[in-house]
Design a protein around this ligand. Structure first.
Ligand code: BDR
Ligand code: CA
Length: 299
């Protein structure tokens, strides 16, 4: 494999989650990304399960990336899991090995702070695949460390599209609206990838067959995860929400990004017109990104 010109140093903040698992497997196997930690949050399912799943995903990928457990509940409200889509184990019942090691810590915010302080300023990217609770807590408790983040790429929200947990609300922002409002107002270099873009990147039976045909372990696991995703919904294709985050990091030219004036409705988590100038991915080149994902999972 040719060595990439630039390697992004990344913390993945996540609630795995079927599509989180696909995103993580792509990122862990990509030579252009050095994942230095995975931090977990309650979201698709409870924190103990998302944390175990992060370890299971690392075990399948054959890496010893440290996992740090984070927030067990959103700011000021109770967790509301999505077991209907992701199953009782969060990974749709797909077989994964057990974690090869225990979580490195149970304080994701302290871990993020330590990593940010140990690296040069603006050298760490944060890939947010779940509710934004951990990042909001970092902003509250260690603002100087948060200011050292290079960029945040977050899957969340619905801009012109309908939501998926309400008329306008998308799961990640709706699960912790207070955290979403804090993060969007923080002045970070943030790109939001909302449902408007992620619903365009879809996997169907042909794509599953192509993943199986590679014969590579991560690609086969992803094929099985997408098959499990279908079990929750009889549609002909399913959106790959969270993989858009690492795909955007490595292939920004395959996304159409606009700047929108937005705010977060702190009751519902919906994005509404407002004063915050936010970069949002509103379109993408789906065939090219599907090919990039397939290639990344099988090389
Ligand atoms: C988001 O919510 C979760 O169910 C998915 O993992 C994704 O992060 C999509 O709205
Ligand atoms: Ca997720």
């Amino acid at each position: 494999m040719t060595k990439p010109a630039h390697v992004n140093t990344v913390i993945i903040d996540t609630d795995p989650g079927i599509d989180d698992a696909i995103a993580i497997l792509y990122a862990l196997g990509h030579a252009g990304m050095n994942v230095v930690a995975i931090t977990t949050v309650a979201g698709n399912i409870g924190l103990s399960v998302t944390t175990r799943n992060a370890g299971r995903i690392c075990a399948l990928a054959g890496v010893d990336t440290p996992v740090h457990a984070g927030a067990a509940a959103p700011l000021g409200r109770e967790a509301r899991p999505e077991t209907g889509i992701h199953g009782n184990d969060g990974l749709g019942g797909v077989e994964f090995p057990e974690p090869a090691q225990a979580p490195r810590s149970h304080d994701a915010v302290a871990a993020m702070q330590a990593i940010l302080e140990a690296h040069p300023p603006h050298s760490i990217d944060l890939h947010c695949l779940g509710p934004l609770t951990n990042l909001a807590l970092l902003l509250q408790h260690a603002p100087a460390a948060a200011a050292r983040i290079r960029r945040v790429i977050a899957m969340g929200g619905a801009v012109d599209e309908p939501g998926n947990v309400g008329a306008k609300a998308e799961f990640n922002l709706a699960h912790d609206p207070q955290a979403a409002a804090l993060v969007l107002a923080a002045g970070l270099d943030l790109t939001l990838i909302p449902l408007d873009a992620t619903r365009q990147l879809r996997a169907d039976a042909t794509y599953i067959a192509a993943l199986h045909a590679t014969g590579h372990t991560p690609a086969i696991a992803v094929a099985e995860l997408i098959e499990a995703y279908f079990a929750a919904n009889s549609a002909e294709s399913r959106p790959l929400h969270d993989p858009c985050v690492p795909l955007f990091a490595q292939n920004p030219q395959l996304f159409r990004v606009e700047e929108r004036g937005l705010a977060v409705d702190v009751d519902t988590g919906a994005l509404i017109p407002g004063p915050l100038r936010i970069k949002v991915a509103m379109g993408l080149d789906a065939p090219a990104l599907r090919a990039a994902l397939l290639h990344g999972l099988s090389s």
